[in-house]
Ligand binder design. Structure first.
Ligand code: GLN
Length: 292
């Protein structure tokens, strides 16, 4: 593997060619795009603003070489860059929480659309990780207060960092706990919006996932607490009847887990439950709505 990291300054054009070759040699499929992201990140610009004639100083070149080496070891691109764009917002992103997926962004979009920009109330994000889901909804819906809960203290730290970054500290709160174990009945009755991207990968399927995921992402954010992949949803369902003020539920599910809608319907037959598809046409989201 050639690592373009040493020597004097070079042009973006030649560094790009070299970097793409480095990523290609490591079988990174979007080598062109990713090389641009890494170079643009170090030059503190956006990929679309890179020009072949720009000059890259030796110290920047070394840093680019270091980041390319991390990517070649299959660290997810967002961890390499230390940030991720989600719903047009920039989140800090590292191995304390999952790197956000496009399907989760689809869930955030649907939630904002259904909740409505003028809504108020408490939104609970169970297993909030870096906070992309709950914090992006709170950013777009200014009347919302978000509580993010997670069993991982490291993830909660990242959630807090992101709430600071987005200027949401006065209406974003972090709670440590597994699923809804920590929630009192009194607090449950205050929840208006419930969102979650819980761990849903079946333990048997985990080692088949991409090396980026298995080597770098937190296992507890991915692997379901039960062999059938549905354990997290059962944990959530058992507390739904206490949420007397609930208006909307939005859950990410695995592509073959549409039965989550039935699990939820059994817990709350008074709500309308539906399954929405992702960009590949697979079931990916369960929505539950009250009233109307
Ligand atoms: N969609 C993720 C994956 O395929 C899983 C996310 C989760 O378990 N919540 O890796």
């Amino acid at each position: 593997m050639s690592t373009p990291c040493c020597g004097p300054s070079v042009s973006v054009g030649s560094l790009l060619t070299e970097s793409i070759a480095t990523l290609n040699a490591a079988d990174i499929s979007a080598a062109d795009f990713e090389a641009q992201c890494i170079i643009a990140h170090v030059l503190d610009t956006r990929p679309g603003r890179l020009r072949d004639s720009m000059v890259v100083a030796a110290v920047q070149r070394r840093l680019i070489g270091h980041l390319l080496a991390l990517r070649c070891r299959r660290m997810p691109l967002n961890y390499v860059l230390g940030n991720a764009e989600f719903m047009g917002l920039e989140f800090r992103c590292d191995s304390r929480a999952l790197s956000p997926r496009p399907e989760t962004e689809l869930l955030a979009e649907l939630l904002i659309e259904r909740i409505g920009l003028s809504a108020t109330g408490l939104l609970l994000d169970i297993g909030c990780g870096s906070g992309v889901l709950g914090l992006s909804v709170a950013h777009h819906v200014p009347g919302i207060t978000v509580v993010g809960s997670d069993v991982s203290l490291a993830a909660l730290q990242l959630f807090i960092e992101n709430s600071r970054r987005l200027g949401l500290t006065d209406r974003a709160f972090a709670v440590s706990g597994s699923y809804l174990d920590w929630l009192s009945s009194g607090a449950a009755s205050m929840v208006r919006f419930l969102v979650s991207n819980p761990p849903y990968v079946r333990p048997d399927d985990y080692l088949e996932l991409q090396p980026e995921i298995v080597r770098y992402e937190p296992r507890e954010a991915l692997v379901s607490p039960s062999a059938d992949g549905l354990g997290a949803y059962h944990q959530i369902a058992t507390r739904l009847d206490e949420m007397t003020g609930l208006q909307l539920v939005g859950l990410e599910i695995g592509y073959d887990q549409s039965e989550v809608a039935q699990i939820m319907k059994q817990a709350r037959p008074d709500m309308r439950w539906s399954v929405e598809k992702d960009y590949s046409g697979n079931p990916r989201i369960v929505l539950g709505e009250c009233g109307g």
